[in-house]
Design a protein around this ligand. Structure first.
Ligand code: DNO
Length: 359
């Protein structure tokens, strides 16, 4: 695996690329052009500029998170082909710059959702948290305000204010889109982009829906092994893969993450590894990465990735807010750096144990 760190780019992140470079073992960043709205073609000179910025700091771009998908594509609107063409143009430009992992999601209207972005813990840190009872009491027309007002002044990934200003219209375009239709639209999109991905060697890595169940009456389909396997059968190209996000998939405790990793060998192009703590039905807090701090066994997860020969980028995911840091919720430097070092330590131990056993 290649250890990486999410970076939203200069001007969009509280963290600098130089800080990321000082985390031991860091090989590169996962970045994006944060200000480009979904649907627009990415300007080649902007791609080149961010690549140069990252490389000047001694790191590499190991993947893009995300090239977001326009709602017309997800909802299957008549103008989707134009947006798919734009997406293909962006992929060609990324591919020509040697960028070969692209993370995206296929969640209607909203990206990831939490009911609290700064829940205090006994240790004095704060964490992201989800409680279905609270979500059920929130008017979906107003959830943007709830998330945005708690974001420490940052634009949260996938929560673009310009797009969500049209929330009513967004809900309307999905009014006749059920899970089956959404799946068909996803297959249509993937079939259209696969030739370009294959030409440039770009591995598409769909991010699981977070949390992994339908919200506000909107369908969510990237929620379990069964649906992922169906997707890989429907568009059977090695470039059609997944971002194995442990925290998103494991929001549903029925999802056995190490088993899913083993079953998806060859289709995992990117890994987000983080922990969470179950508090009840559809209720969880995110936690520190350490196994004993949450409900997931990080050793088993890393071991499964090792066993399938995972060679893609792997990054720590949401961290707690600790040591007084005021960053983007989930995306501060300190706890994610601790997470990175811990995951790297597990990897070293697993690798060396394996060598010892085969001596
Ligand atoms: C949230 C992230 C998501 C993710 C997108 C991928 O913290 O995990 O916003 O980046 O869903 O497109």
């Amino acid at each position: 695996m290649k250890l990486s760190f999410r970076w939203f780019g200069t001007g969009h992140d509280s963290i600098t690329i130089e800080q990321i470079r000082q985390i031991p073992g860091m090989k590169g960043v996962i970045t994006t052009l944060y200000d480009i709205p979904p649907g627009d073609v990415w300007p080649i000179e902007r791609i080149r500029a961010i690549k140069e910025e990252v490389e000047n700091a001694g790191l590499k771009i190991l993947g893009i998170e995300s090239v977001n998908i326009h709602d017309a594509i997800k909802a299957g609107l008549p103008d989707r082909d134009m947006y798919i063409e734009n997406y293909i143009r962006t992929l060609e430009r990324l591919g020509s710059c040697g960028i070969d992992v692209v993370c995206y999601n296929f969640m209607p209207v909203f990206d990831w959702i939490r009911s609290d972005l700064a829940k205090p813990r006994d240790d004095g840190s704060t964490v992201l948290s989800y409680d279905q009872d609270i979500i059920d009491r929130i008017d979906p027309m107003k959830i943007f305000k709830t998330m945005d007002s708690a974001s420490n002044g940052f634009v949260l990934p996938g929560w673009e204010p310009e797009r969500l200003a049209h929330i009513k219209e967004l809900f309307e375009i999905y009014s006749d889109v059920d899970a089956e239709k959404l799946f068909e639209n996803m297959v249509y999109f993937l079939k259209a982009i696969m030739p370009t991905c294959e030409k440039y060697g770009i591995k598409m890595a769909v991010h699981p829906d977070d949390p992994a169940w339908p919200i506000f009456g909107l369908p969510r389909i990237i929620i379990n092994l069964e649906n992922l396997s169906r997707l890989f059968e429907a568009v059977d190209s090695p470039c059609n893969g997944v971002t194995l996000c442990t925290g998103s998939l494991a929001s549903n405790p029925d999802n056995d993450i190490p088993a899913i990793i083993r079953a998806l060998k060859g289709r995992i192009h990117f890994a987000h590894v983080r922990n969470l703590k179950y508090l009840g039905h559809r209720k969880f807090d995110e936690s520190a990465h350490l196994s004993e701090d949450g409900s997931l066994d990080m050793f088993e997860i890393m071991k499964a990735l090792y066993d399938i020969g995972f060679e893609g980028p792997l990054r720590p995911d949401h961290g707690r807010a600790i040591w007084g840091e005021k960053g983007m919720p989930g995306y501060g430097l300190f706890d994610r750096a601790l997470g990175a070092v811990y995951l790297n330590g597990l990897w070293e131990a697993i690798t060396k144990m394996d060598r010892l056993e085969h001596r």
